[in-house]
Design a protein. Sequence first.
Length: 530
Amino acid sequence: GPDPAQDPAPDPGTVLHRVFGHAGFRGLQEQVIRHVAGGGSGLVLMPTGGGKSLCYQVPALCRPGIAVVVSPLIALMEDQVAAMRQQGVAAGALHSELPEEERRALRRQMRDGALKLLYVSPERLVMDGTLDDLAARRLALFAIDEAHCVSQWGHHFRAEYRNLGVLATRFPEIPRLALTATADPRTVEDIRRQLGLADALVFRGGFDRPNIRIEAAPRESERGQLRAFVRAASDRSGAGIVYCGSRARAEQTAEWLRADGHDAMAFHAGMEAADKRAAHRRFAGGDAVIMCATIAFGMGIDRPDVRWVAHLSLPATPEGWYQEIGRAGRDGLPARALLLYAAGDIALARHRIAESPAPDEQKRIERGRLEAMIGVAEAATCRRRLLLRCFGEDPGRDCGNCDVCLHPPRRYDGTVAAQKLLSAVLRTGQRFGANHVVDVLVGRLTPRIAQFGHDRLPTFGVGRELGAEGWRGVARQLVAQGVLDLEEVGEHGHALVATDQTRPVLRGEAPLMLREERPTATGGRPGRSL
Ligand code: ADP
Ligand code: ZN
């Protein structure tokens, strides 16, 4: 058939059908593609799996000249090049690991006008030789993938991305398209400023992934909850991902899941490169495996049938969480996400920000994003709606596919319950963790209670109506709301301590709403952690 790339100005729709074999555009793709094909610059904010690649691949084929795609990962580049070649598009990748021989061949191809798509690492691109080479060619566009790497606010900062601002000054007439799945306003602002896209159109959309059922629950018995979730969420053929807070946790989780009869692997940055590649390959290979990973696992995963994603602790930002759960259900079929968190996670994350050496301005932003994440975890209204609002998108109605929509929690005036708990914390000297304080409230005469004489306190046994489980929920919600804090004591212990919000609640000056806690949907066994 005719090669659309040779046509002087092929229509985007034609390219989509003939080259990529897709029936139609998704979401904002068509708008972006027409804008860029017409010579405009832009910034695309779409979640993982939203279909960002076509936003530059199609205009690349609609415009004469070479399209240059900046990509931060060599593996990602190689995958994309292979896929493009399979579609019959002349594509190549230029990066530091490319042998000199192949680099020369690539340059020759460029000179002969035989190359359509050039994937390039940021450090290679901004080398004088590369820029001079490109300046001598006809260029279709620049695409800057994973553009959030330019921003220091996220944890994917790449110093080389900072130099990409040169494209705006050196090639002002060539359209530039930045793409990212990160949508928090600060990062977006950074991208626009650093990449000289202040006047470019912003395309924001497709953050809603209605096929992913989301749920969050206090971590009561991690294994029991995860086990129940895996049983409910897995199908026979798809994969699952468990995001773990640490490397050790990833290893341990993979181990007990294997002992439980699952095909589970670990993945984290501390593994040998060969082991990482092998794990990646097995995951990409399509087996029904479970990947127990740190956030090091993610960029470039394009497996459509990840059926579920679980987090074992509180993510630092809603953006991060959404990006990670967005790896589920890319095939559009029902998928699930579970977030387990505890008061300790909340306190730890807050302390981490407070004690970090970052400038105040950055701390303020990080605190804001953390509080938004806590709000999503502790939501009493549609969780998805809260989450989408973090990205500037309000669907206008509740989703019907999150745990809050499916089992709305009851809210009640928790002032009296909070006062009982707070006074137990103060009367025991702010030196004990939730379990001990709860024992005081429900009147359990443990050896420790006896040792400290806490059975003689006026608060001993004043809270029998709620039960230990209920009280732990109250304590966690008070930590989440900032009415209590957790402080480290000794090696592993945590003590509940007062904050500046404690007194107003104790004096009844600030009414306090609480969420009624039920046994989690995934049926966790009652546990002893907060
Ligand atoms: P992102 O880069 O935003 O994470 P991709 O560009 O990798 O997403 O696209 C995700 C998946 O969706 C890919 O498998 C891609 O082939 C598919 N896809 C994207 N756009 C379309 C479309 N218009 N029609 C059909 N499939 C599409
Ligand atoms: Zn909902």
